[in-house]
Design a binder for this molecule. Structure first.
Ligand SMILES: CC(C)c1onc(-c2c(Cl)cccc2Cl)c1COc1ccc(-c2ccc3c(C(=O)O)c[nH]c3c2)cc1
Length: 229
């Protein structure tokens, strides 16, 4: 019982999600052979910077987003960037990417100055996303829902964001019922991943701090979106 306008919304979100991807020449850099912790950190920084640019373009295509208060648009992007990048990089681990990217990305993350205590929750998350075998539509909607989280820091008009998020949640709920009729709790499992994502935010903040203590440099875009330096 997905309505006509919900189908239109789904198409817009999916097209935006597929249109905005990391350029292949950037993604291919993952496969080059330098593997020092420094090299890996630089590569991951380039990936993250490119991914943030992709994320901004995707977000601008979410119906209603550009009509939100401008400062709230920034607050939503800053508040959701890390979570959206965990979702996106999770695709690489759930083998959406060409052979080889998965192992290489894992190897680079494991040797980039991130302390052991963050590796377990990070790779547990990647595994739990992989087990869901999400279709593209679900991944695109889940990313839009993550970005449209009303209670991010400094969001003024939370109700306006809530209304946009609710319409996305309604489409996702119906899509899950259609895609996984034999698994009525699938939609709830997807939402459970969003809760797990929030815990990763805290780990990520500590990862940033420890990188900075070892004098690692980020790009201007990442400094702006993560309020560092
Ligand atoms: C500043 C750096 C060191 C950093 O800090 N925290 C994190 C970080 C980490 Cl280490 C894990 C999760 C989230 C973040 Cl922000 C990172 C690295 O972030 C990323 C972000 C995104 C990709 C990523 C995305 C898509 C694709 C892709 C495709 O879709 O075609 C093919 N290859 C991809 C690679 C990798 C690494």
């Amino acid at each position: 019982e997905i309505t006509k306008e919900q189908q239109a919304l789904m198409k817009i979100i999916l097209d935006a999600y597929n249109r905005h991807q990391i350029p292949q020449d950037v993604a291919k850099k993952l496969l080059q052979d330098q593997y020092s912790a420094e090299e890996n950190f630089l590569l991951l920084t380039e990936m993250a910077t490119s991914q943030v640019q992709v994320l901004v373009e995707f977000t601008k295509n979410i119906p209603g987003f550009l009509s939100l208060d401008h400062e709230d648009q920034i607050a939503l992007l800053k508040g959701s960037a890390v979570e959206a990048m965990f979702l996106r990089s999770a695709q690489v681990f759930s083998r959406k990417m060409p052979k080889g990217h998965t192992e290489v990305l894992e190897a680079r993350i494991r040797k980039s100055g991130i302390s052991e205590e963050f590796m377990t929750p990070m790779f547990n998350f990647y595994k739990s996303i992989g087990e869901l075998h999400m279709v593209q539509e679900e991944q695109a909607l889940l990313t839009a829902i993550t970005i449209l989280t009303p209670d991010r820091p400094h969001v003024k008009d939370q109700h306006a964001v809530e209304r946009l998020q609710e319409s996305m949640l309604d489409v996702l709920r119906k899509l899950c019922a259609l895609q996984h009729p034999q698994e009525p709790q699938y939609f709830a499992r997807l939402l459970g991943r969003l809760t797990e994502l929030r815990t990763l935010n805290h780990y990520h903040t500590e990862m940033l701090t420890s990188w900075r203590m070892n004098d690692h440099k980020f790009t201007p875009l990442l400094c702006e979106i993560w309020d560092v330096q």
